[in-house]
Design a binder for this molecule. Structure first.
Ligand code: TXA
Ligand code: MG
Length: 338
């Protein structure tokens, strides 16, 4: 068990917090740090103890690689063998921000970070504290702050509940701005492939580099992380992608609610149910707001209900596709049409 310290950031203490976190990380510790997407668990890329402890803290399989976080573009050259013209464009357009780019890694880079691969995932987060921290101690490796398989941590309370005693420091910088992880793109193949859908959409990327693709099936050999169960609440979770028979749906719902507490997640089209066993969480018809609340709502319902039912998204394009991806992975049951 580690003795975890909590630091709540304010306008006055940021430099002091950076100073303290830097000292702990350089000595082999690990820290939960804020980014604009979700919180991460960080260690310097050249501190093997810290890297090992990140995998331990998350219970993460050692064959699932971590993302390296940088604070300025010059740091990329020290980690990768070559920056191709497409990557140059992506860096120019999206750094700092929620895009992670795959490069060929120099052989000096610790292969624990890349899970043995000769490629490395790099991004520049847009968070003042974390950029200052990296300026001070150099690039850090940071996966999302959650136990492996659970929804990513977007509020410090959710993260403390899960990781208390497993990390040295928690930095609280409020609710994560985007609430969904970065988009991962591989520009080493033609056409470039989006390996993980995220905050930046296919449309956003295509405006900058032209045609990009999704892998045929989000195959495990291409992005190791997509092979594992992810974003999953502990209680039974059903994702309904389309409801055609709303009347029979309502009847089944009332029936279920006779014997168990149900949590319903909707996206701007709340259903009319009046039953004390049903807790309705209407996120938003705006995908930017819905992503912000999604993981926190799943965690909240997971604590208080026996079953979660997720209603159809208003749309299956653009940023909604990233939400759809997380729900498909997190649910035990996906029903395409009811
Ligand atoms: O928004 C984010 O990206 C957050 C914050 C903390 O920055 N981080 C994050 O890290 O989501 P993590 O470890 O939970 O997810 C990293 C994803 C995994 O799906 C992993 O397989 C993929 O990136 N990845 C990492 N290195 C890779 C590589 N060399 N090739 C292909 N995929 C890679
Ligand atoms: Mg993760």
């Amino acid at each position: 068990m580690k003795n975890s310290t909590l630091i709540k950031l304010n306008t006055e203490n940021i430099d002091e917090a950076v100073e303290y976190t830097a000292k702990v990380l350089l000595a082999g510790g690990i820290a939960v740090i804020p980014t604009e997407t979700v919180y991460g668990i960080a260690a310097p890329i050249n501190n093997s103890q810290g890297i090992i402890d990140i995998f331990k803290a998350k219970g993460r399989p050692s064959d699932n690689p971590l993302i390296v976080h940088i604070s300025n573009k010059n740091q990329i050259k020290k980690i990768v063998t070559y920056i191709n013209p497409l990557s140059e464009k992506l860096i120019e357009a999206f750094f700092p921000g929620p895009l992670t780019i795959i490069f060929d890694a120099k052989k000096e880079l610790d292969r624990r970070i890349t899970a043995g691969l000769d490629t490395v995932a790099i991004r520049m987060p847009e968070n003042k504290f974390t950029l200052k921290l990296i300026d001070k101690i150099g690039p850090i490796a940071a996966p999302s702050a959650n136990i492996s398989g659970k929804p990513s941590g977007t509020t410090i309370d959710d993260i403390i509940e899960e990781l208390n005693g497993r990390v040295d420091i928690f930095i609280d910088d409020g609710n994560a701005l985007h609430g969904i992880e970065s988009t991962v793109i591989n520009p080493l193949v033609q056409p470039p492939q989006i390996l993980r859908k995220g905050s930046i959409t296919k449309e956003n990327i295509e405006k900058v580099i032209g045609n990009v693709s999704f892998p045929e099936k989000f195959s495990s050999t291409i992005s190791p992380g997509t092979r594992y169960k992810h974003y999953a609440p502990s209680v039974e979770t059903t994702y309904l992608k389309k409801i055609e028979h709303i009347d029979s749906f309502n009847i089944i719902l009332s029936d279920l609610a006779k014997t168990r507490k149900l949590g319903i997640i909707s996206f701007g089209t709340p259903i009319e149910i009046f039953n004390e066993n049903i807790i309705l969480k209407d996120l938003s018809p705006d995908p930017k707001i819905a992503t912000k609340k999604l993981f926190n709502t799943l965690r909240e319902l997971d604590r208080i209900v026996e079953e979660i039912i997720i209603l159809p998204l208003p749309d299956y394009s653009d940023l909604w596709l990233s939400i759809d991806d997380r729900l498909e992975r997190g649910a035990n049951k996906v029903i395409n049409s009811f």
